[in-house]
Design a protein around this ligand. Structure first.
Ligand code: ZN
Length: 120
């Protein structure tokens, strides 16, 4: 049993993925599909969901992580910029998300709060 009543169970999420997969037309002949085909299509669908989940978590992390107070490279002042789109390559493919950005004028580098102030 799930503790939070508004939190969908894994079974409910699985049913949504099944519905989505069948409606996508990627398994047009389910009656005659073998395990390998079913597995490939399932992984493709679930990987899409996985990337969306990771993107949402990374965006939330960007909001929760402590922003850099000074430039990690030169120690100078940082300017907060507008949040921007960022994408990272994960083992499940490219993950897109919005992240806060801090800029150092002296170094001409942007830093993100989400990954220990990695410069780009
Ligand atoms: Zn700097």
């Amino acid at each position: 049993m799930e503790s939070a009543s508004n939190s969908p169970s894994a079974d409910e999420i699985a049913s949504l993925v099944v519905e989505r997969l069948l409606n996508s037309g990627k398994l047009p002949d389910l009656a005659n599909s073998n395990l390998m085909t079913i597995e490939e299509q399932t992984i493709e669908q679930v990987d899409q969901v996985t990337r969306l989940v990771m993107g949402e978590l990374l965006a939330k992390q960007s909001k929760q992580a402590v922003p850099p107070t000074s430039c990690p490279k030169c120690g100078g002042a940082m300017k907060e910029r507008k949040p921007q789109h960022r994408s990272l390559e994960s083992r499940r493919g490219k993950v897109n998300f919005m992240t806060d950005v801090f800029h150092c004028e002296a170094c001409r580098l942007d830093f993100f709060p989400s990954d220990e102030n990695t410069a780009v």
